[in-house]
Design a protein around this ligand. Structure first.
Ligand code: TYM
Length: 327
């Protein structure tokens, strides 16, 4: 069975872009692929984090992923720092990546420009991301469009390592969906919806109450020409609403556009679809929030399952590089 791996950072709040670009697809994939999902706390600390907020967000994100439909009996769900092989293979990947290719990563440039403190880890982050993926002999990586460049790097590093040291890693394919892989900010639809940008009205959080979701969608920026058409270049706001509706209902945004003459009904249907899709998640999340021991049990089991897979791959890579095995 092909193997799927993906990750999400426990920073900020999970928004509709994370949900449509990644989480919703993970829930679907777990029944078709051997699936491994990771809350990447080591990636989160590339920027300074409040220690209490980080640990509670990490547990909360695991609960949210389970509430979204990830079944820990079916897939492997774990916290990155609980499996030390990630950091260990991360170092080997840092030594496989060229300085110049990390310097070309656009996310580093964006995040580095915004940060008060640019850590060395923020720079080498994509090498750790490659390690996350390669540790599990991953075939497919379902991510949003913003991770495309990091995925290309993971492929390049796998190929370089294999050609230097002999066949060790599977070269992974990205799995970027045609719809929902780039959900845009509702107020500034030429910018992607993001946890790191402080734009509460433009960002739909998966835990927003129904009335807040409806209000944010009704106030979403569109344009003045009044025609419902899927044209992301000329009509980014309307195209974004159509992408959201299509991402939720499984339709095609251009075909959905034909059903609407006006923006009002498009917004109303999009809001209803989002509210209904998130309702079960929100209910399960509030149940799980009162069961922290259950969440901790899920986290512990996930780490054991993940480590059993990661340890042999790390040992193979270390041997291939000529690191002396311990006796
Ligand atoms: P993160 O935590 O920023 O985002 C988690 C997932 O959500 C997707 N996403 C979006 N999709 C559609 N529209 C948007 N506006 C949007 N914003 C975010 C992201 O593409 C991602 O799939 N570096 C990664 C985490 C990571 C990872 C990995 C992913 C670490 N190791 C290994 C895959 C494999 C990140 O920061 O995602």
């Amino acid at each position: 069975m092909p193997r799927v791996f993906s990750g999400i950072q426990p920073t900020g709040e999970v928004h509709l872009g994370n949900y449509l670009g990644a989480v919703r697809r993970w829930v679907h994939d777990q029944h078709e692929f051997d699936s491994i999902y990771c809350v990447v706390d080591l990636h989160a600390v590339t920027l300074p984090q409040d220690r209490e907020v980080l640990s509670s967000k990490t547990r909360e994100l695991v609960a949210l992923l389970v509430a979204a439909g990830l079944d820990p009996e079916v897939c492997t769900l774990f916290v990155q720092s609980h499996v030390p092989e990630h950091a260990q293979l991360g170092w080997l990947m840092e030594c496989t990546a060229a300085f110049g290719e990390l310097r070309r990563m656009t996310q580093f440039k964006e995040k580095g420009d915004r940060a008060d403190f640019t850590s060395a880890g923020l720079f080498t982050y994509p090498a750790l991301q490659a390690a996350d993926i390669l540790l599990y002999d991953t075939d497919r990586v379902p991510v949003g469009d913003d991770q495309r460049q990091h995925l290309e790097l993971a492929r390049d590093l796998a190929e370089r390592f294999n050609s230097r040291y002999g066949s060790t890693f599977i070269v992974p394919e990205h799995a970027i969906a045609p719809v929902g892989a780039r959900i845009m900010d509702l107020q500034e639809p030429t910018r992607k919806m993001s946890k790191s940008v402080d734009a509460p009205q433009g960002t739909l959080l998966v835990l927003d109450p129904p009335e807040v979701i409806t209000k944010k969608i009704k106030r979403a920026v569109t344009d003045n020409d009044g025609e419902v058409r899927y044209d992301p270049e000329a009509k980014p706001g309307v195209a974004n609403l159509l992408s959201i509706l299509a991402g939720i209902t499984g339709g095609d945004p251009a075909e959905l556009a034909d059903r609407y003459e006006q923006y009002g009904p498009l917004k109303a249907d999009t809001a209803d679809a989002v509210v209904e899709a998130l309702r079960p998640l929100q209910e399960r999340f509030s149940e799980l929030s009162s069961q922290p021991q259950e969440v901790d049990r899920i986290i512990a089991r996930g780490a054991a399952k993940a480590q059993a897979l990661a340890a042999p791959t790390l040992a193979k890579a270390m041997l291939a590089m000529g690191l002396l095995p311990p006796t």
